[in-house]
Design a protein. Sequence first.
Length: 628
Amino acid sequence: MCGIVGYVGKSDATDFLLQGLYRLEYRGYDSAGISLLRDDGVLERRRSVGRISNLESLVGQSTVQSRIGIGHTRWATHGAATVPNAHPHYGGHPQHGELADLALVHNGVIENYQELKQDLIQQGYCFQSETDTEVVAHLLHRTIAQMRIAGNFQPDSPIAHATALREVLGQLRGTYGIVVMFHGKPDFLLAARCGSPLVIGVGQGEQFIASDPAPLYGKTDKVITLVDHQIAIVTSRTIQVIQRDAGTIQPNIQVLAQCDDAHSCDGHEHFMHKEIYQQPEAIRNALRGRLDRDNATAKLGGLNLTAPQLRHIERLVLTGCGTSWHSALIGEYMIEEIARMPVEVEYASELRYRNPPVDKQTLVFGITQSGETADTLAALREMQRKGHPCLAICNNIGSSIAREADGGIYLHAGPEIGVASTKAFTSQIVVLGLLALYFGRMRHLGFEAGLRWIDALEQLADRVETALQTEEQIKQIAHEFKDATNFLYLGRNYLFPTALEGALKLKEISYIHAEGYPAAEMKHGPIALVDEHTPSVFLLSKGLVYDKIMSNLQEVKARGGPVIAVTDSIDSQLEKLADRIILVPSVPEPLQPIVSVVPLQLLAYHIALIRGCDVDKPRNLAKSVTVE
């Protein structure tokens, strides 16, 4: 959510800023803006509500060319999506006829902005927006003014500006990724980070700043990732990094793996559709090099814990948000069944504040696609403070959670651009399946049972490819139920969390209300919702609870509710009761969610498409949730 870009160099900044903002669209936003420095040293900005194409039209009307600039996509937290609330924000008194002294963009939330704002108002500052960000801009203007009066500010010194910014940051409570550009200063930008990611692309005679690497692909293959409490002074030729407690430090330049095709739909109409179809390959990537047939186990070298340390682990806590929380629920079932270890699943947003008693022999896993989810990062930090080893299951190499965790497992699913997660979800389940095998073989799981599990994992990608062949049938079902205003998703055992995920996908991109339940819980309230206009999607697999869920299905049919069945086996009873049946391949029950979720993803996609919704960028949502 929210995106930042910045440029200083030898080329026209506008091209990179707009292109970079387009590449950050997947993060979610409701307004956008850029600011440039004119040849006469005056700041000029363009801001608009809605899509970046609106901003591009505004910028096209301007004749300003500049070799330095900043840009931003905003996901509203403080104040509605309006032009005055859009970034960049000015610091100074331009409303009094004076020129703006600085332009600033910000990701994150300043928790104490109200008290800071009141203080600034009393000193004569006028606010043009409802945002917390404008407070930071005016605070920096005031600090520089105070330093000038005290005689300890050198106007031409980037270090003096960085010192002023550091003074301001010390007054803020909350999270921020900040980039600042100054009136009359065409030579440098300042960037600062605390809890909200920023990367600097290292070029030849030009430098790039962004909130994630996406805008940098094709521009440079060298990046510096800022960590918390660092300020960077970025000129066209140099990058100086200042650490709050260590002074000037040597920045760590890393190689950026190029993914030029990540931001192309590659023949698909939408990124979400492309990523649904990438799932077989993502599953193969998650398994590659991690299956050990000789010992019938998994190879997970990134855990950074020895075998004796792991054998002393008596309990796991899995924590995440949204789709990652759903995969954690499936992981709980798998690990408890296969490894016979107790597992607890916690919403990260609750775990960070709930302060539950956690035994010493507990290992915590944070599950996240982006590696920047604020609640998950905060939950892991809280558990680390209490002395628990904290590992990550993450897709984004070099992300905050990947760096701060004590170890972990990468998904290797490739960039996921669509806001509604698809391939990351199935890859997370695969990795949790590897964990179940790994811990199982360290405890009671026999050699032959381990090999059977490996066989099932190796066949999984082919089974998903078969499940993708249901798309034409699902298109017909989507047309039939596109006007429904409520959906119920029902499953038992491993397919209950899958029902939650299916309902979430439909809500996210079609804006149809949908709820997932354990099928047996229908009788305890939700059955009141069943009528002829409310489809129920039942997830079934041949197994221990098949007859039980068939009874639940009959209860819905008895009340006139239409039934869509997603199943790995069709019998005469199901043919009689279900209005529509989607057949998916049969796999071992713990892995059934991976094949069963595919038609649910496709159903959500096609219903949203028919209803004219923006599939890749649904309203109000963000890909990377970096605020509470």
